[in-house]
Design a protein around this ligand. Structure first.
Ligand SMILES: [Zn+2]
Length: 489
């Protein structure tokens, strides 16, 4: 049984467990027809449980999946794009979270709890922002229409563990069907794959609902069919090796012509791509290959003037030069992007990184601090500023900055990790362990969080008030742990 370690070890464990227990009992008739969508089937999976399953898989991906893109700029962009689409959906208040997976294959997948993964290959293949929005809108629709829950309920899966295993298996198939294909030997593979892909009815529904979202959000609804058509054309080239997206979301001639029929009725509108869309694509492209290859790739683009946005190509070249450690040259290229009227948090952040890498920390701190005034929501700028203050050993300033950030971003584990580092440098043991405990809680690692609070209790350098806060927090976590153990039984 060969299984690419897709989402870390737990997936493999869950999958093998799943293969032994669940798949053997699955009905082979599932796939072509919509499952019975009675209220009772839906009630098996409460939204709270879905959220919990989604969060635990997401925590696992963040901590163990090497292809998870831990880049605040890429993920922030995807979340901005996603939120705009969700706001135009039938569930505008729903909780969604978008993230990127570093994989050159075109794919996107929806998990429980509104977590949507998008392969970097999808972002790079999209020729316009509307195309990318089309793929994201389609995945949002799978969530708002509860397709995953409806599919799993149809399997009459009773135990929570079984449902989690099923959710992970579905995810493995959608994110890379080779994984499941490899895991499931022989003739069963095709049968199981057809069960794990969404049914054609679900796909058609997600197309229809996604189209409405795209239109209402102000994107060009043609983006969707253009993207699918290009995928289909490329699949003829791939032949048996069709893009993963096509295998997990079978694109049929019928689906494309459905979309085109609707488009024919829509008035034509030209929609400009955002600068951020272009910059995110340039950054991802600049991360491909060796630094030298990336530099020459962008130099060629610039020389041949093959681009939709010169600023984005200059940014890509600057980023490639940054990778090649040619900081002064990178700064020159970046100047043009920084002079853009609208400005860009991504360009400012790279400018700060360039100064810091070149060793001019105070200039870096100034760039980050000023840019944060203009782009207060940018996480990359906040992290860049915090890292620079740390390198400058300005611990008091950094502590004040982190306290202020934590008031707005209460669930950001990175801020707590930075806080712990800062306390450690100043010899404040109790506070260091307390901050680490908060980081672990946000990562869903309760055991480690409890351990840190026990260290904090024994640190012996806190005042009465600080000690009581630690004691209270520890009692709270132990109670939570006892409840979770009870639930598992
Ligand atoms: Zn789909």
């Amino acid at each position: 049984m060969i299984l690419r370690p897709l989402f870390g070890v737990p997936v493999r464990k869950a999958l093998s467990l799943l293969l032994c227990t669940t798949l053997a009992t699955m009905s082979p008739a599932f796939g072509d027809s919509l499952p019975d969508l009675g209220e009772s089937a839906r009630a098996d999976l409460s939204p709270q449980l879905e959220k919990k399953i989604g969060e635990s898989i997401m925590n696992d991906i963040r901590l163990h999946e090497p292809s998870y893109v831990d880049d605040p700029e890429i993920n922030e962009y995807l979340n901005r794009l996603g939120s705009r689409l969700v706001a135009a959906s039938t569930s505008p208040g729903a909780d969604f979270h978008f993230f990127a997976i570093r994989d050159s294959q075109v794919n996107a997948f929806a998990m429980f709890g509104g977590f949507i993964g998008i392969n970097t290959g999808t972002i790079l293949t999209s020729q316009s922002e509307s195309e990318l929005a089309g793929v994201v809108g389609h995945e949002i629709s799978h969530v708002t229409q509860s397709h995953l829950a409806r599919q799993i309920s149809a399997q009459k899966q009773q135990s929570v563990l079984g449902m989690i295993a099923m959710a992970i298996a579905l995810l493995a198939v959608r994110s890379n069907s080779q994984a499941a294909g490899g895991a499931i030997a022989g003739s069963e593979a095709a049968m199981i794959q057809s069960q794990l892909a969404f049914s054609r009815d679900f796909e058609r529904e997600a197309d229809r609902v996604g189209y409405d979202i795209l239109e209402r959000a102000g994107f060009d609804p043609r983006g969707m069919s253009e993207f699918f058509e290009r995928l289909q054309r490329s699949s003829r080239v791939y032949e048996n090796n069709a893009p993963v997206y096509m295998r997990s979301h079978p694109i049929t001639v019928e689906r494309i012509s459905d979309m085109q029929n609707r488009q024919a009725r829509a008035p034509y509108k030209q929609i400009r791509d955002s600068l951020d869309f272009q910059l995110v694509r340039a950054k991802l492209r600049a991360q491909l290959g060796s630094p030298k290859e990336a530099v020459s790739d962008f130099e060629t683009l610039l020389r041949e003037r093959k681009f939709a946005s010169e600023a984005a190509v200059r940014y890509g070249l600057a980023y490639s030069l940054y990778r090649a450690k040619k900081y002064a040259q990178a700064e020159q290229e970046l100047e043009m992007v920084r002079r853009q009227k609208s400005g860009s948090a991504m360009a400012e952040s790279l400018a700060g990184e360039l100064k810091a890498s070149a060793g001019d920390l105070s200039a870096a701190a100034t760039i980050f601090r000023d840019a944060l005034q203009r782009f207060p929501l940018s996480r990359a700028l906040a992290y860049g500023y915090a890292d620079t203050l740390f390198s400058l050993r300005s611990y008091d300033k950094l502590q004040a900055f982190l306290d202020e950030q934590l008031q707005s971003y209460t669930t950001d584990p990175k801020l707590y990790s930075l806080q712990a580092k800062t306390h450690a440098m100043q010899g404040r043991k109790l506070q260091q362990h307390r901050a680490l405990a908060e980081m672990y809680i946000l990562q869903g690692r309760l055991v480690q969080a409890i351990e840190q609070l026990q260290f904090a209790q024994r640190a012996g350098d806190g005042n009465f008030y600080e000690q009581s806060v630690v004691d209270a927090r520890l009692r709270e976590l132990k109670k939570q742990q006892a409840e979770e153990l009870k639930q598992k039984k």
